[in-house]
Structure formats: C-alpha cells, structure tokens
Design a protein. Sequence first.
Length: 269
Amino acid sequence: MQTQSPFQWLARSGYAGRGVVYILVAALALFSSFGGGNPDSKSALDVVLQQPFGRIWLGLIAVGLLGFIAWRLAQAFANADRHPDTLKGYGIRFGLLISAAVYSSLAFYAASLALRFGGQGGSNGEEGVSAWLVEQPFGRYMLGGVGLAVIGAGIAQITKGVGHGYRKYLEIPPTAAPAIDWICVYGLAARGSVFVITGVFFIYAAVTVDPDQAGGISDALAWVRQLPFGAILYAVAAVGLLAFGLYGFVEAAYRRIRPPTISAVQIVP
C-alpha cells in the first residue's frame, strides 16, 4: 500500500466523519418512526452529546468534518479531481465549494457542542437561509435558484449512482466490488432523491415568499411518509441514507485523493 500524506489522511477522515453523521441521521429516521424526533444532522449530533464520552466523540467528528471541508476546498480551488475546464467542470467545482460551506456550519456546531459553547437543539438551517435570502434584493428569485440548484445536485447524485459514475473516483478491490456497488448505488440514489424533494421545498418557499416552507432531510422524509405506502417508502429512504453513510466509509478507504499543489489553486469562475 502506498504511503499516505497527512493531507490524504485528513481527507479520508473527512469522508469517515460525514459517513458517521449520515449513519446517525438514518438511525434517527428509523427510530423516529416509533418515538418521534427530527432526523437531521444537528439532531444526530445532539444524540452523540448524550452518550458516554459524547464530547470527545463530537470533537473527533468535528475534526473529521474539518478534514472534509479542506478536501472540498482542494477539489474546488485546486481542481484535485482534475475536472475539465468546461462549463460542466466549473459547475461541479462550484457545487463542491457550496458543499464546503454547508459542512462548515455542521463542523462549527459539532465543535461548539464538544467545547461546551453550544446547547442542544438548533434552528432549522434551511429556514434560516431562506429567511436571509428573501430579505435580499430579488430574494425570492435567488431562493428559487437555490431550489433549482439543489434539485440539480440531487439528479446528479442519482445519475452518479445509477450510472456507476462513482467508480472513476474509487479504487475498489475486485472481490469487494459487488457489495460496494450496492452500497454506492443505493446510497447515492437515496440521498439524491432527498435532495430533489428538498429543492422542491425551496422553490415552494420562493413562490409563496414564506421561508418556513423550506425544508431539509427531516421535512423530506416527513413528506415521503405521507405518501401512499408511506411507511414502507420512509423505511426505504432511511435505509438509503444509512447506505450513503456507509458510502462515506467506502470513500474513506478507496477514494483516489490527489494532494493539491499551490500552483494549481485558482478561483472558481
């Protein structure tokens, strides 16, 4: 096995940290079927806080997420994945930059709990973003644009899973390929579907000019539960998020990670 650089270990710890968060969210989603609760990222971290050595675990998760953020920035600015200099390539890199921003909020929340700077619970991040956007000039159109972008990201995730697009970024051992393919396809398709539903919520919030209509994972799952055969679909979605959490560990183990160089850094148009 090749020697890993400190940056590569940091990036791999980031994928593992994201995987832990999604596994906790999936567990909350499954348990909420019986006892209620909100299956979202911050609620999952609140649950960790209540466990023995909870603050230590939260500190480790925060460090992992910081590693993930650093890797996302390398992907966006240094083009670590070597995307082509095309509109599609720049679009992918811009999406990676947005991902870094989203996980920065979650990393800060985990760190604040670990260092006793934060309390349990928290405001709905999607509603907060929506409220801020609506207050800006042309805010409702910006909010609608965010919704379309989230839907686009969801469709891209589904396509990446079903079309096996993830394979070009992974070095999968042949003996493990069947099981890993199942995890990757199911996990990416499930997360992409949740993204699509979340994007629709953002667009609805823009149309009604009501930030409270924006939603996240918990709202998307609640909507799924109201559909015909909703209980079954809800369980399928929750297990899908669990698969995406496992996909994080697959990336932690097998992802191709090229450490960036300073000369490669550029501003994403």
